[in-house]
Design a binder for this molecule. Structure first.
Ligand code: FPP
Length: 253
């Protein structure tokens, strides 16, 4: 068994991370915001290793939202894309050693061609790794993802290849960025804000949410373990009633 894995009786198969607070962390220490992102990459490396050790099968990390992409100063976006390129080239050997397959979700087609080529190369070269999937959400927004699926459905209906009466949850899911992706069991957000910020809106309908006070650059494996301890106590009902509850509870959980 992997180190520490026996500590938890129930392990989330898929953990999603909203890695928030890089900018504030850096400013509070008198650094440029970009330094917070650099520190954030180190934390991503540490948390990836811990998730592999624990036996988590999937990690999805919010690295750049569509809103960040549109609203942040160009130089911060350029810095983040350059940081991503450096991360991919520097980490690829370690990710191979760990058995981590890389994937990306988001409006990847809007990224600069050089960046798209880096992402495609990383996906291809890591595709045989089987221990864990690390998925980075880049230029990603949950609403955009649903809009893109809706546009695809509209095109198929207009083209006569899809019957509108057949459009159901499965048809929508099959047009999301990664249709086979399992829903996250646990979404962890760092830096204290209590919101989901347009991350995996469709897929997190029944996810357990955990909010950590630490900024992402300060987030440690001990913080991750605390989130996993909290997860042990959650009763996941997926809309059914709990074992000890009466049927008139009215809870939609
Ligand atoms: C939010 O913090 C974080 C981001 C916009 C970027 C997240 C990126 C990383 C953690 C680096 C890893 C990613 C790559 C490229 C491999 P914020 O800057 O919005 O923080 P604030 O809310 O304190 O301003």
């Amino acid at each position: 068994m992997s180190p520490g894995a026996d500590q938890f009786s129930v392990l989330p198969r898929h953990i999603a991370f909203i890695m928030d607070g890089n900018g504030r962390w850096a400013r509070q220490r008198g650094f440029a915001r970009t330094h917070g992102h650099e520190k954030g990459v180190e934390v991503l490396r540490t948390i990836t290793r811990r998730c592999v050790d624990l036996g988590v099968e999937e990690m999805t990390c919010f690295a750049l939202s569509t809103e960040n992409f549109r609203r942040r100063p160009d130089d911060e976006i350029d810095f983040l894309l350059d940081l991503l390129a450096r991360y991919l080239s520097k980490e690829s050997d370690e990710l191979d050693e760990l058995g981590v397959r890389l994937k990306f979700i988001g409006r990847i087609e809007e990224l600069p061609p050089g960046c798209r080529a880096d992402l495609e190369r990383s996906v291809r070269s890591s595709s045989a790794n089987e221990k864990m999937t690390l998925r980075l959400a880049i230029n990603y927004g949950g609403r955009c993802e649903i809009v893109d699926a809706a546009r695809q459905i509209a095109r198929e209906v207009a083209g006569g290849t899809l019957d509108p009466a057949k459009v159901d949850e499965k048809e929508i899911e099959s047009r999301l960025y990664e249709p086979m992706m399992p829903d996250p069991d646990l979404v962890i957000r760092t830096a204290g804000d209590l919101r989901i910020s347009n991350f995996l809106l469709w897929q997190s309908s029944y996810s357990e949410l955990y909010f950590a006070p630490s900024s992402w650059p300060d987030f440690t494996t001990a913080d991750l373990d605390r989130a996993l301890e909290a997860y042990q106590e959650r009763e996941r009902r997926f809309g059914s009633i709990g074992v000890d509850e009466s049927s008139d509870s009215g809870d939609r959980g």
